[in-house]
Design a protein around this ligand. Structure first.
Ligand code: PLP
Length: 334
């Protein structure tokens, strides 16, 4: 199958699986799984932070970070389109007793500084206590400009707020912008990074930050049911991804640019944006369901909506992209 629905669909390769089956393991709840410890040390070093913690998912990593930063009755400022607000089941409120204060994202994914400023509440018993600013990079595939990040974090800090980055695709941002991952992480108190997206691991996210923050997140991970045992098997896949699948993200970005350009040639398709490994395009509403079915019959998986998202990843070649585009053309030529 040619699967353009997400970069989460990649399968572990034989080499990745071999690294998993040969990984030394221990019991990570007892803190003695050597492969988990190795991944955490590697990520702390690579991101320039004091400590790192392995999680089963990015949702749990983000939530544990929010709970480490904010207590009951505190609030965090976050984008309407942010994963931690919109796509994580409201976990911060449901499980953390943390009030989200969502504000509209600008088209480039940033949160306008004036809106952040006016959302910060004064110390007053009427208000939740504003504690944290949470940004996302990449967001909708877009890389947040470095100058914007430093201004937004500077504003947050000047008002006494901590800062968290949902960096599920931070390595895509680093590769696309030519910044070292440590530079991208430097402004933030905590960063959550996914291995199950473009990096191609089957499972896993890592939260990085100060030792104190990670100690607190460690406690919340246990509370949230994220304490795992011989998880070195999973951490080995992430270490393999870290060593082998970071630089090649540039191929995914080139494939997405190629896809955007090829789709734009089709009269019925309107490409609205593309960045890093994502392409967004609009299709005539009446064609969405039949086109999705037509593609599926030809071994191509998409989620065809009026505004559709296509994501490139390491299981998609340039030839796969061309096959997809040719099938869309065929459909409209019938
Ligand atoms: C995928 C993703 C996450 C975490 O998702 P999980 O499926 O829980 O690993 C968080 N933020 C963003 C932006 C994501 O794309």
């Amino acid at each position: 199958m040619i699967d353009l629905r997400s970069d989460t669909v990649t399968r572990p390769t034989p080499a990745m699986l071999a690294s998993m089956t040969s990984a030394p393991t221990g019991d990570d709840v007892w803190g003695d799984d050597p492969t988990v410890l190795r991944l955490q040390a590697a990520m702390a070093e690579r991101t320039g932070k004091e400590a790192a913690l392995f999680f089963p998912s990015g949702t749990q990593s983000n939530l544990a970070a929010l709970m480490a930063h904010c207590g009951r009755g505190d609030e965090y400022i976050v984008g309407q389109q942010a994963h931690t607000y919109k796509y994580e089941g409201g976990g911060a409120a449901v499980l953390g007793s943390i009030q989200p204060q969502p504000i509209d994202n600008a088209p480039d994914g940033s949160l306008p500084l004036a809106k952040i400023e006016s959302a910060i509440k004064p110390i007053d018993d009427h208000f939740a206590r504003t504690r944290l600013l949470a940004l996302e990079n990449t967001i909708g595939g877009k890389v947040l400009p470095a100058e914007y990040v430093s201004e937004a974090v500077g504003l947050a800090r000047s008002r006494g707020l901590a800062t968290h980055l949902d960096g599920a695709r931070a390595f895509n941002a680093a590769v696309a912008s030519g910044q070292p991952i440590a530079a991208l992480c430097a402004p933030f108190d905590s960063i959550s990074i996914c291995f199950s997206k473009g990096l191609g691991a089957p499972v896993g996210s890592v939260l990085v930050g100060s030792k104190a923050l990670i100690d607190s997140a460690h406690r919340w991970r246990k509370v949230l049911g994220g304490g795992m045992r011989q998880s070195g098997v999973l951490a080995a896949a992430c270490l393999y991804a870290l060593e082998n699948n970071v630089e090649r993200l540039a191929d995914d970005h080139a494939n997405a640019a190629h896809l955007a350009q090829a789709l734009a040639q089709i009269e019925q398709v309107k490409v609205t944006s593309h960045a890093t490994n994502m392409v967004f395009a609009e299709f005539p509403a009446e064609h969405c369901a039949p086109l999705e079915a037509w593609l599926k019959e030809r071994g191509i998986l998409t989620q065809m909506l009026y505004a559709s998202r296509f994501v490139t990843h390491l299981d998609l070649t340039r030839a796969d992209i061309d096959t997809f585009v040719a099938s869309v053309k065929q459909y409209f030529a019938r």
